[in-house]
Design a protein around this ligand. Sequence first.
Ligand code: DHB
Ligand code: MG
Length: 254
Amino acid sequence: MASQSALFAANGETPEPLWAAVDDYTGQHLNHHQHLDVVLHDSVAAGLPAIATYPVLAKALSMQSYVTGVTHALEVGTLGAYTPIWLCTLNPAIKITTVEYSPRHAEVAAANCRKVLGEAWEARVEIIVGAGRDVLPRLAKEVADGSRPKFGLTYIDADKVNNWFYFDLAVRMSHPRASIYIDNIVRQGRLVAGNKIVSRNWMNAKEERGDFDESTLGAREAVEKTGKDARVEAVVLQTVSGKSWDGHIWAIVK
Ligand code: DHB
Ligand code: MG
């Protein structure tokens, strides 16, 4: 199997080589879906940034959606539709509504869906082009008036400054026992250390300034407000991978 980690090489991160080696070794034995790598490859070839959901998390989301019988999922931040395609792969019952700000990304996502899911892909994946701040309130109205079913899984992976805005609406659009994820919370440790970590090499983190950038502030707001939110129970799962050192919030709706 070709190294999946190589498909993230253009993202500017320098993951510790053993993180990638472990992903590549375990993926070879456990992830028999390398035909989906074409989505990562084609997305980067089309000029999209190499920041798709890493394969282990995408498969884990798909497995979770299958075992819990999710029929309707929401994604904020489609990029090349790698995550929606993964969700469809293990869960034949699922339909995904995914929101993408960039018309160009949505175009590449549609091509990827057609290539892997076939001509009938639109029966599985609904791509809505627009800003999450505009689209999500509209979806929430549709859920509230019963014209759109509640979601069993939401994956937030878009502009990090709006993490909390998206999460709060996602909770309102979720049925009890739904899962909500927010990607890119740990941010190579910037979540707690701010931009003291200027080196992308975790072994040589250099201390320079301690400011939190706006994306990290969005991650911290999500952690702090989720923890106070009586509607959910949540954890932050730190992850290392061939993509980077990062981590996501996993929340369940009570
Ligand atoms: C970035 C965004 C992501 O969603 C991600 O998973 C990794 C990196 C970024 O904007 O750099
Ligand atoms: Mg992400």
